[in-house]
Design a protein around this ligand. Structure first.
Ligand code: HEC
Length: 120
């Protein structure tokens, strides 16, 4: 399973992250990120995904697994799906990933929603 092999070492087998070490949780707070209009674009271009050099299909499968597994309450995977069309968001050459993360954090705080822990 790609998530277990490539992501869980840092983000945890249950998506619990390692907040003290600056590794974000991939739980319900992660799903909150996906409520932002550019949330998918953001998560599909983070360093962990880019550096994995996985095929597009396998990246989308990882996120299907994450959205279905780690948030047991509130919004669920039935609200948020990764479809084949989302492939076009991968490998965005123009993305300002840190700036976008700041916008997402601000958007969530205005809505009263929690963001995952983030190192900067
Ligand atoms: C070497 C440790 C490491 C690995 C392996 C790793 N990540 Fe990360 N990940 C981080 C750290 C640290 C951050 C926060 C800084 C950043 O965005 O690079 C992060 C950020 C993220 C974020 C953004 C979360 C947020 O709240 O902004 C997502 C989504 C993510 N990773 C997904 C993945 C996926 C999917 C994989 C596997 C393909 C993966 N990561 C592999 C360490 C890792």
């Amino acid at each position: 399973m790609d998530y277990v092999r490539l992501c869980s070492g840092c983000h945890g087998l249950d998506g619990q992250g390692a907040p003290k070490a600056g590794v974000p949780e991939l739980d319900c707070r992660f799903l909150n990120i996906l409520r932002h209009k550019d949330g998918k674009r953001y998560v599909l271009n983070v360093a962990g995904v880019r550096n994995s050099h996985l095929s597009r299909t396998r990246v989308l499968d990882i996120y299907r697994y994450v959205t279905e597994s780690f948030c047991k309450a509130g919004i669920t995977a039935t609200d948020i799906k990764f479809s084949v069309e989302d492939e076009r968001l991968l490998d965005d050459p123009d993305i300002d990933i840190v700036g976008l993360r700041r916008n997402i954090t601000q958007y969530l705080s205005e809505k009263g929603l929690e963001s995952p822990s983030y190192p900067w």
